[in-house]
Design a protein around this ligand. Structure first.
Ligand SMILES: Nc1ccn([C@@H]2O[C@H](COP(=O)(O)OP(=O)(O)OP(=O)(O)O)[C@@H](O)[C@H]2O)c(=O)n1
Ligand SMILES: C[C@](O)(CO)[C@H](O)COP(=O)(O)O
Length: 234
């Protein structure tokens, strides 16, 4: 029987956030941002353990008390230069430690997507458990798309038909995901699904909502805070 594991790559620096503190530790409703991602995964009954992949020079993780999650948290200090490296290093280390099997499902979730809901998480798992490939949460784009030249002049309006924005979690089996990330090492991919696609597979898109956005720029923090606050109040 396959088990379900979550893996949170949390070895980024948050360069677009322009903050001294890596963005996964920025305060969001009095908790570090990564707390919210962990919290959501922790409370899903199917997820057996959560691997947290930290940078080797991380000095913020130990500043917080994570004991409420201790029954599921496994910290791996093997982050890499890119998100894909961090995910691959985490998977490899977990396997070497004998913590996962090749057929297990891995849900890779950004530390920087703190607004995931239990409903979306359950929907992703339910819709993919019987799938041969796996897939990801995503939303169809809603704006008109323009392709520009280097001077920000519109060169072309692109069709938005069948264009989706990829989110996380992205859910694939250990064996396929590891093979895909190894194959993609020189491809400059930005998500796990891209690595799977590069092997010729077709990940399934699971309809999500825009609240599950990635906190990337400073203004995103306030929006995430509002969303989380509103959920606490209702
Ligand atoms: N070398 C890296 C780069 C990113 N990540 C993680 O991948 C997720 C999504 O990446 P992103 O939002 O791009 O985070 P950063 O790389 O930190 O941000 P930026 O690109 O602005 O520097 C985050 O949880 C981030 O910590 C990682 O584990 N290892
Ligand atoms: C994985 C991801 O969050 C899906 O949208 C995204 O690709 C991460 O990209 P980034 O460039 O590292 O922010």
């Amino acid at each position: 029987m396959s088990n379900f594991f979550a893996l949170i790559p949390a070895a980024g620096s948050g360069s677009r956030m322009n903050s001294e503190v890596p963005k996964q530790y920025l305060a969001l409703n009095n908790k570090p941002m990564i707390y919210h991602s962990i919290n959501m995964l922790y409370h899903n009954q199917l997820i057996k353990s959560i691997f947290i992949v930290l940078a080797s020079d991380d000095c913020d993780w130990i500043k917080y008390d994570w004991s409420e999650f201790s029954s599921k948290l496994i910290v791996l200090t093997c982050g890499g230069a890119t998100r894909a490296d961090s995910v691959l290093n985490g998977l490899t280390t977990a396997k070497l430690k004998g913590l996962i099997d090749t057929s297990d499902w891995i849900l890779v979730h950004d530390a920087a997507r703190p607004c995931l809901t239990s409903t979306l998480l359950e929907k992703l798992i339910n819709e993919l458990t019987q799938d041969e490939v796996g897939g990801l949460l995503a939303v169809p784009v809603s704006d008109t798309l323009k392709r520009s030249n280097l001077k920000s002049r519109v060169m072309q309006t692109e069709s938005r038909e069948n264009i989706w924005q990829a989110q996380t979690p992205q859910m694939f089996r250990y064996e396929l995901l590891t093979k895909a990330l190894q194959n993609a090492e020189k491809l400059h991919i930005t998500d796990d699904a891209s690595a799977i696609e590069a092997l010729g597979f077709f990940p399934k898109l699971i309809l999500s909502d825009t609240y599950n956005f990635k906190v990337t720029y400073p203004k995103d923090l306030a929006l995430a805070e509002l969303i989380i606050q509103q959920r606490i109040n209702t």
